[in-house]
Each structure stands twice: as C-alpha cells, then as structure tokens.
Design a protein around this ligand. Structure first.
Ligand code: HEM
Length: 245
C-alpha cells in the first residue's frame, strides 16, 4: 500500500509550545516593566508606568513575573534532565564539535569560498547559541533579580558591595537581552528569507516536510525513514563527521 502523503511533520511537543509561549509573554512583561524603571526619566517610560497604574504596580508586576519566570526556568530544567535521563529525549541542544564545523562551513558558503552547505540535525548552531544565550542570560537575571528583591538576606550571605553591582548587571543585562531578542531572534524567526513573514512551527508544533528536509536533513533522515521516497529529495551529504545521535 502506498504510504499516506504527509505535508507536515511534528516538530514541537505541546509542552515545548507552552513553554515557548510562556517565556515569550513573561520576557515581554519583564522587559517592558524593567526597562520602564531603568529609563524612568524618558517620556515613553513615564507613559508605561502611568499606563500600568503607577510605579508600585509596575514594580509588583515585574516581581510577580520574575517569580513566574524563575518557576518556568526550574520546570524546564527539571523536565529536560528527567527526559534525557529516562531516554525520552536526546540532548539535542548540547553544543558539539560539529556545530563549530557547521559555523565555519556556513561562513565559507556565505563568502562564496565553498559550494558545500552544512547539513543540520535537530537544532543548528545558531539555534543552540540563542538557546544557551537565553539560559545564561536568564540565570544572570534570576540571580541578580533575587539579590535586588531580597537585598538584606543577600548581604548576609555575600559581600555587601555585590548588591549595587547586581543593580548594574541586572539593568545592563536586561537591556542587552531585550536588544538581542528584538534584533537577532526576530530576524531569525520572522525576517529571514526562508521563514518570512513568520515561522509558525513553535506555535502549531508542525513544520512542512520540505522545510524539515532542507533545514534539518540529518534529523529527517533518522526520524522519518518511512516517508515516501519520491517526496523526499535526496538529503544533502552530511557535513564532515556528522554523527546522528
Ligand atoms: C529575564 C528578564 C528580566 C528583565 C529583562 C529584567 C529587567 C529589569 C530592569 C531593566 C530593571 C531596572 C534596573 C535598573 O533600574 O537599573 C529591573 C529591576 C528589577 N528586577 Fe528585573 N528583569 C528580569 C528578570 C527579573 C527576575 C527573574 C527577577 C526576580 C524576581 C527580577 C527582579 C527585579 C527587581 C527586584 C528589580 C528592582 C526593581 C524593583 O524593586 O521592583 N527581574 N529588571
């Protein structure tokens, strides 16, 4: 019997979609309420603070979202560890040597020094870089955020000079994270030629088979070997040392 033609394949689970939605909403609230406090002297910031009902309400919203953001980070971390330990997930976000080679290969390809395109697995090196940027930046924001939330307790455990340092780090790292998200992430998710005007896969959980073949050929070849041969263009040669895991 001819296998059923599929147009889409599943890329993200329900939990991953909910986590992405939650981090998107919470990060937006934290950035808006945090940056409005940092730049309180600017007209736009005063407008946001007044619109939210004053500085006390703005601070309350920021702190409550900070707690929720922390809970989400812990849930994500615990769930990922359990899933990998129980063999339900591959540690596909862990950077490896192939990412380094893929980055060099892509640079050479863009500079027209090579015809060869890197073949990616579940996540490419840019996606891993962005993910670990969020993990590292999120950890810094959570640690410094709690130092600002509980300065007396923090000063009992740490040198007191670290409290004003935490204010500076929290403010600048918050601004940096905001700028990275609105430039890099929005470009990759919305403006890049392959996904313009928007990549909906993280919301629907589905990705077209064509994109999967093109953007994640190693994962496609490993996880969907049963799909009709005529629908599958030959997957590009795996990049040097590519080892599907
Ligand atoms: C991850 C995204 C976050 C962003 C973008 C962000 C951004 C900011 C910014 C820009 C400020 C103003 C700093 C200044 O005035 O120089 C601020 C203040 C503050 N943030 Fe965050 N923040 C984030 C997460 C958190 C978390 C996880 C917590 C922990 C609960 C937290 C707690 C605080 C506190 C306590 C303040 C001082 C203002 C107040 O007392 O309400 N933030 N944040």
């Amino acid at each position: 019997m001819k296998p059923k033609e599929t147009t889409f394949v599943r890329r993200f689970s329900r939990r991953q979609r909910i986590e992405h939605f939650a981090v998107m909403v919470l990060f937006t609230i934290l950035a808006v309420t945090g940056l409005a406090q940092e730049f309180f002297h600017a007209g736009w910031a005063a407008g946001i603070i007044a619109g939210l009902g004053g500085i006390d309400r703005t601070r309350w919203i920021h702190r409550a979202s900070g707690w929720l953001f922390t809970a989400l980070a812990l849930e994500h971390f615990a769930n990922q560890m359990l899933a990998v330990m129980r063999g339900r997930a591959r540690p596909s976000m862990v950077p490896n040597r192939k990412d380094m080679r893929d980055a060099m290969l892509t640079l050479r390809y863009y500079l027209r020094l090579s015809e060869e395109k890197a073949a990616f697995d579940r996540y490419d090196y840019r996606q891993k870089f962005e993910y670990w940027g969020l993990v590292l930046g999120g950890t810094i924001m959570i640690l410094t955020g709690f130092m600002l939330l509980y300065p007396m307790q923090a000063a009992r455990m740490l040198p007191g000079q670290l409290i004003p340092a935490a204010v500076i780090v929290h403010g600048y790292e918050g601004l940096l994270a905001f700028l990275v998200v609105i430039t890099w992430h929005i470009f990759n998710a919305h403006l890049a030629p392959d996904v313009f005007p928007g990549d909906t896969s993280i919301f629907t959980g589905k990705i077209s088979r064509e994109r999967m073949q093109k953007e994640h050929p190693l994962e496609y070849a490993r996880d969907y070997p049963e799909l009709p041969a005529e629908a599958a263009e030959p997957a590009p040669e795996p990049a040097l040392g590519a080892k599907p895991h």
